[in-house]
Ligand binder design. Structure first.
Ligand code: BV8
Length: 251
């Protein structure tokens, strides 16, 4: 891989930044062996979104959806944070105020040590019931051959605690992400195709709010035109270099 150089102008901007925000997507976990959704061998190229990531799909075939998420959970359990996750966890130490907004449901940012994480789309390791969103710890359920299992409180089917298409995001989570984005001096958008809303809208909001926008993605995205700095490399390669350059250069 060619040597990645960080413009000194970007380091200067980062040195004077107070509020830094990073929005991440599936690409940041690709180097941990977790498939993305829309890349050539992505999850949505094999299964239709409507069938596996909507409430209608779950109602039509709950077993299919439960098993699709079980397959993904297995990959998450075997995955480890990569150097990109680890660098982002260190961003919390080098910037006065750092907020990580993730579309990912794999929990790898937290595993890498990030504490201030806003999970826009929920978390694949958590479950709840379909009818009343009662939290359900499936490990504690009595053995049952029924797939998916049923809620011990109300008897409705258990589903992953993630936000599906057509479902509203938690309003408090949404507003926390919006406030952080409006206040950002610097906004990183990392490993996302910028296709899904409201997440992709934060990139435009950051720009409108006067932030310096940095895109880290080997490919162009729908929001690349907003970027002030662009790194067409894997995030696991770029983020450690940015961290090293930042800490190497004296204030
Ligand atoms: C909602 C479930 C109100 C969890 C997911 C406005 C305009 C248009 C449409 C809408 C809109 N507002 C709402 C909508 C509808 C819809 C939407 O956005 N549709 C799009 C697709 C057109 N949004 C919703 O329904 C949202 N709800 O707004 O409620 C409402 C209700 C009804 C009607 C209207 C409004 C809910 C959105 C959440 C959906 N749930 N997943 C799960 O199972 O994971 S979203 C799904 O896509 C994933 O969660 C994922 O997080 C998300 C985004 O995908 P990416 O992370 O970007 O991944 P992708 O594969 O696309 O791209 C990977 C990128 O990584 C690529 O660019 C690649 O180049 C790059 N990459 C690869 N390797 C690397 C890398 N980058 C760096 N390093 C590498 N090594």
């Amino acid at each position: 891989m060619e040597k990645i150089s960080i413009p000194s102008e970007l380091i200067r901007i980062l040195k004077s930044a107070k509020n830094v925000v990073a929005l991440t997507g599936a690409g940041v976990s690709a180097e941990s062996g977790i498939p993305t959704f829309r890349d050539k061998d992505g999850l949505f190229t094999k299964d239709n979104v409507e069938d596996v990531a909507t409430p209608e799909g779950f109602k039509r075939n709950p077993k299919l959806v439960w098993e699709w998420y079980s397959m993904r959970r297995e990959k998450v359990k075997q995955a480890h944070p990569n150097p990109g996750h680890i660098a982002l966890a260190k961003f919390e130490e080098i910037f006065p105020n750092f907020t990580l907004i993730t579309q990912n449901v794999d929990g790898l940012h937290q595993k890498a040590g990030s504490r201030n994480v806003i999970e826009l789309h929920g978390n694949i390791m958590r479950n709840k019931c379909f009818a009343n969103s009662h939290p359900v710890d499936v490990e504690k359920l009595p053995p049952s051959s029924e797939i998916p299992p049923r809620c011990p409180v109300c008897g409705s089917l258990v589903r992953p605690d993630v936000v599906w298409f057509g479902e509203f995001l938690d309003p408090e989570i949404l507003s926390a992400a919006e406030v952080a984005t409006r206040n950002a001096d610097v906004f990183f958008t990392i490993g996302t195709s910028s296709e899904v809303y409201p997440a992709a809208g934060f990139i435009s909001l950051a720009k409108e709010s006067g932030a310096t926008v940095i895109e880290i993605n080997p490919n162009e995205t729908l929001k690349s035109y907003l970027a002030d700095f662009t790194f067409r490399y894997p995030s696991g390669k770029v983020l450690p270099v940015i961290l090293d350059e930042f800490t190497r250069q004296k204030d």
